[in-house]
Design a binder for this molecule. Structure first.
Ligand code: ATP
Ligand code: MG
Ligand code: FE
Length: 365
């Protein structure tokens, strides 16, 4: 069976074709991210308009890439949420039009679960049960996956109580004057920092929280700790009198970071990733699952990849993280989860609507 997957939850318009459950044959992504650098954040109206302009060209070029026609498609999947309501609405309206015109079944699916399922298109079928770690701009959750397709196959173990990991990185990037989105910049700079030069606290850590919040995260206190460190830094006379002192942290992007910026990034990154790795390994130990699947834009983070790689190896756990190009939003993730659910479930009702805050246990609407 040939599955067309359509993504439009945020700023990426994506379309992909998957044959069977795991063979990716086309994947096209357009993004409006470049438009947001000067605003320091996504502007929903601009994103919606960009989806409107990109929808048909992206779908058409995915079909071209596969050498297929719309009539060859057996089933269509579109992200029903979570995401920006205006962005979702454009993709869903377009997908409904395609489904109506061709008479093919349409599935409104969960974008975030797609972030985990997409690895099957690159590295083959995922052995279940698996612990799923979703780390993105909007989510930081631990899941137990017993079946991607069947109802009840995904159980939420825990998640962030405030900021997502990618969001925390972006906010720290802003505090440091780095370009938006700051996540990749903070990651890059952290690699030039020294371990323990600056230590920041870990949210919901230690025995006190082991019982009440074993799989939950909190990053907003950490973000505040970083902001306060930066403020204090600006006030310290020894620091202010350094010949290379600059309040303009964006000077770091010219190549040579003034060291404390790299140290801040290192300490911050270490704290976020320590929480992620510690709680993920705990979830694996508690559930007995021998596979870990990681997905979402933050899974591009170099320290997370390295750290999880080491821990999984030491504990006999198979680590599944898609390559970088499949970590950020794309149509392939939607096609992957659609192919999985189409076997086990009925298509969505023809009048389904976008669900901005779709919960992670709802795989199809
Ligand atoms: P969701 O999937 O929850 O709806 P989203 O789709 O907006 O959220 P993604 O596109 O999956 O999020 O991920 C984007 C996030 O990943 C941004 O916050 C970005 O800064 C972050 N990110 C990307 N690369 C890195 C990196 N190397 N280190 C840290 N963060 C990163
Ligand atoms: Mg995005
Ligand atoms: Fe995403």
């Amino acid at each position: 069976k040939l599955t067309l997957g359509i993504e439009s939850t945020c700023d990426e318009t994506g379309a992909a074709l998957v044959a069977g459950k795991t063979r990716l044959i086309a994947n096209v992504v357009a993004t409006s991210m470049d438009e947001y650098a000067r605003y320091g954040g996504i502007i929903p109206e601009i994103a919606s308009r960009a989806h409107l302009e990109s929808f048909l060209p992206v779908v058409t070029s995915a079909l071209d890439q596969a050498g297929a026609k719309l009539e060859d498609v057996d089933q269509i999947g579109v992200a029903a949420g979570p995401g920006l309501i205006g962005s979702l609405a454009v993709g869903i309206a377009g997908a409904k039009a395609l489904a109506t015109a061709t008479g093919k079944p349409l599935y409104g699916v969960n974008h975030v679960i797609g972030h985990l399922a997409v690895d099957q298109l690159v590295n083959g079928t995922i052995e279940l049960p698996a612990v799923g770690l979703v780390v993105s701009g909007g989510h930081t959750n631990l899941l137990l996956i017993t079946d991607f397709g069947a109802p009840g196959g995904i159980r939420e173990l825990g998640g962030t109580l405030d900021d997502a990991s990618g969001e925390a990185f972006d906010k720290v990037g802003r505090v440091l004057g780095l370009p938006y989105p700051g996540g990749p910049h903070v990651d890059r700079l952290s690699r030039e920092g020294t371990l323990h030069a600056i230590d920041f606290p870990r949210g919901l850590a230690g025995a006190k929280y082991a019982k009440t919040h074993p799989y939950d995260f909190s990053f907003s206190g950490l973000k505040t700790a970083v902001a306060r460190w930066v403020d204090g830094l600006e006030r310290t006379p020894e620091v202010r009198n350094r010949p290379d002192f600059t309040k303009d942290f964006s000077a770091t992007k010219e190549g040579k970071p003034w060291l404390p910026v790299a140290e801040i990034c290192k300490g911050f990154s270490e704290s976020v990733n320590d929480s992620l790795v510690t709680k993920t390994m705990q979830a694996l130990a508690d559930t007995g699952a021998k596979t870990l699947v990681v997905g979402g834009g933050y899974s591009a983070n170099s320290r997370l990849r390295e750290w999880l790689g080491k821990e999984c190896e030491a504990n006999g756990v198979t680590l599944r993280i898609p390559p970088l190009k499949f970590c950020t939003d794309n149509g392939a993730q939607i096609a992957a989860i659609t192919a999985a659910v189409a076997e086990a479930r009925e298509p969505s009702a023809p009048d389904f609507s976008p669900v901005s805050a779709l919960d992670l246990m709802t795989v199809t609407v």
